[in-house]
Design a binder for this molecule. Structure first.
Ligand code: F3S
Length: 425
């Protein structure tokens, strides 16, 4: 039996409307299934809503009907109401750029539908941000703050780097939590569950964003089920972009939701601190051999012609866009090759103002916002004969949407491939 506060009970009784009542019913059932005895208040949420392709299965364009069935688990159509006022709620990655659908081969009809869904989302009190790296534009939960998010890399970032508390909930659970402002007090919302259990000693390169992407991918594939990783050893101190990359690939090859970095993240001042005074269940060295094995798993073999390069999984920070612009200055992307560079539209506006967008455009590449090939799905990339990606998560995930070769490399190797129209092993 889940113990509710008086406020929660009133919401469950329907005093705050049917929209909130249905959302809370979902959360209470979710808590019962998990075995949570009470709920906790959330102060931040990112939700994966809009005209996302997973909704196509419902074969209707009526957003109230879609919302009721898919998110609220209700056959009865309930008008989309207001999300929790005291929870800062915004959208995660979207199925299309907010301005440009032609570059990414999507139809005007789909673009308009997404725009219509976004308008309803805005009216419900959810800010349209369309970012899978929301911490770059102000969505920054602090230590002890409770959040929900549908972006797996953001779960690990927020739990580990910021010391905030959240679980890798499903899309519906996160949406319902953001509507009623409550989530089950369970999992990583509880201090005792946050200690690390598996220690990784880093004995491979750890200088670049690319290295950290491979470290994350490797940790994930070597992590025992339900293990909670701790990064230890002689690694180069990472910055936020490196950890973003590491945590996105870690959450691709494993179900990890937290990852302590000894001497760096707030709950890992020391190894003992990260382990909560217990012994690790396993200690694993990540060697150069493991690193190379991961590269082979992510990147298809050999060299080959390519026509689509996508950089920015997860969405890039302004400093990376600047670096890309400086690298592209005076260069030209090969004819019939597309180079897409992904960020959110707030950072894109900063790139515009600083002149980076013009330099990128001059080279024949495109700075795009809000989405990525995986989220836009096959329609956006089905014309491609060979693809190049800079993110292990994207390179790994896109293989379920395509049969063409997919190559993986650091940002500059990806750009070189776009200039030559060819991936050189
Ligand atoms: Fe973001 Fe798409 Fe990668 S949503 S994390 S760029 S798969």
């Amino acid at each position: 039996m889940v113990k509710l506060t008086e406020y929660e009970q009133r919401m469950l009784n329907g005093e705050m409307g049917e929209f909130k009542q249905k959302a809370l019913q979902f959360i209470v059932k979710y808590a019962e299934v998990l075995g949570a005895n009470e709920l906790c208040k959330i102060s931040r949420a990112t939700v994966f809503i809009g005209a996302q392709h997973y909704l196509d299965s419902l074969s209707t364009d009526n957003y109230d009907e879609i919302f009721s069935k898919f998110y609220l688990n209700s056959e009865k159509e309930i008008k989309v109401g207001e999300f929790a006022k005291d929870c800062i709620c915004q959208t995660c990655a979207a199925p299309c750029d907010i301005n440009d659908y032609e570059t990414v081969h999507l139809s005007k009809e789909f673009f308009e539908k997404n725009k219509r869904f976004m308008e309803i989302t805005k009216e419900a009190g959810v800010s349209i941000v369309n970012s899978c790296t929301p911490y770059y534009v102000g969505w920054l939960p602090l230590k002890g703050e409770h959040f929900v998010t549908t972006e797996s890399s953001n779960v690990v970032m927020s739990n580990s780097l910021f010391g905030a508390c959240g679980n890798a909930d499903g899309i519906e659970a996160a949406v319902c939590a953001a509507i009623c402002g409550r989530t089950p007090l369970w999992g990583y919302h509880v201090k005792e569950n946050r200690y690390g259990t598996v220690v990784f000693n880093i004995k491979c390169p750890s200088e670049s964003v690319y290295d950290w992407d491979i470290i994350g991918y490797t940790m994930g594939r070597l992590l025992p089920p339900h293990g909670k990783p701790i990064i230890n050893g002689n690694f180069e101190i990472p910055n936020i972009n490196k950890l973003r990359q590491c945590f996105s690939s870690l959450s691709t090859t494993s179900g990890a939701e937290i990852c302590h970095v000894v001497g760096f993240t707030p709950e890992a001042r020391t190894l003992e601190d990260a382990l909560g005074g217990k012994k690790p269940i396993e200690v694993i060295d990540i060697t150069y051999k493991d690193y190379e094995e991961s590269v082979k798993m992510i990147c298809d073999e050999g060299s080959g012609d390519i026509d689509l390069v996508s950089i920015g999984c997860p969405h890039l920070a302004l400093d990376e866009i600047k670096e890309i612009a400086m690298y592209l200055k005076g260069k030209k992307i090969k004819e019939n090759v597309e180079l897409w560079i992904w960020t959110d539209y707030a950072i894109q506006a900063m790139a515009d103002f600083n002149g980076y967008t013009d330099i990128i455009k001059e080279s024949g590449a495109k700075l795009l916002n809000s989405s990525c090939p995986i989220v836009m799905r096959e329609e956006s990339h089905k014309h491609s004969k060979g693809m190049v990606m800079n993110g292990a998560k994207q390179a790994h995930g896109i293989k379920s949407q395509t049969k063409v070769p997919v190559y993986f490399g650091d940002i500059f190797k990806c750009i070189d491939a776009a200039i030559k129209g060819r991936w050189e092993a």
